[in-house]
Design a protein around this ligand. Structure first.
Ligand SMILES: [Mg+2]
Ligand SMILES: [Zn+2]
Length: 221
């Protein structure tokens, strides 16, 4: 039986790196100092770390799609230098009122729509229903709620203002509000507990650690 993986879907700007409006030049990219450690803990827990990000600056003609690739290459390199890695990066370059015709689209992938998470889940064999979304905007969390994931709001980026001034309008409360990505990830890992270990295929576990996967306790329940 194929068991799909638990994942943490991570927003990018304001969650992993500093919110600086549109990151329209590589020089504006600043990883938060705690992000690599947080993503490394997901790696070590066997939880897939997948970025889902709206980059409508492409549709708005603010920067080319190649800049998005460049920023993601920089992000991956900075993470790699701190022994952390992402299992996937999915972005939406569209906007319904964009000025660049090829990206002017009422697409299904711009958050809070679920296209990015659905695509990631299909390609990486993820189970959104036992997964988490972490973001600095309610619209990030809504995306997660729509696919049965839990939603964690971080107070970095737009998060603090969202939490203070917007939460009265939210249809559903975040499952957790965290100071930053580090606290959010630690909470998700604690919540997932044995569940994440169940959803990691034993073969993956042994490939990762180089030893046999631990057997579940016989009389656990
Ligand atoms: Mg954000
Ligand atoms: Zn899109």
């Amino acid at each position: 039986m194929q068991l799909n993986h638990m994942a943490v879907f991570l927003d990018r700007d304001g969650t992993i790196n500093e919110e600086a409006g549109h990151i329209n030049h590589i020089d504006r990219f600043r990883l938060y100092p705690w992000s690599a450690g947080a993503i490394r803990r997901l790696n070590e827990a066997g939880i897939k770390a997948v970025v889902v990000t709206n980059q409508s600056g492409v549709a708005r003609g603010m920067f080319p799609e190649t800049l998005v690739d460049q920023v993601h290459a920089r992000m991956c390199e900075e993470l790699r230098m701190q022994n952390a890695r992402l299992d996937g990066i999915y972005y939406c370059p569209h906007h319904p009122e964009g000025s660049v015709r090829q990206y002017r689209l009422d697409c299904d992938c711009r958050k809070p729509r679920v296209g990015l998470i659905r695509r990631a889940s299909g390609e990486l064999l993820l189970d959104p229903g036992c997964s988490y979304v972490i973001g600095d905007k309610y619209s990030d969390l809504e995306t997660g709620f729509a696919v049965g994931a839990k939603g964690i709001l971080v107070l970095t980026g737009y998060g603090r203002g969202e939490w203070e001034f917007r939460r009265a309008f939210w249809q559903r409360a975040p499952d957790f509000v965290a100071a930053d990505l580090a606290e959010a990830v630690d909470w998700a890992i604690r919540q997932s507990g044995p569940h994440s270990r169940r959803t990691v295929k034993p073969s993956d576990e042994s490939e990762r650690t180089g030893r046999a996967a631990p057997r579940p306790p016989v009389a656990a329940d």
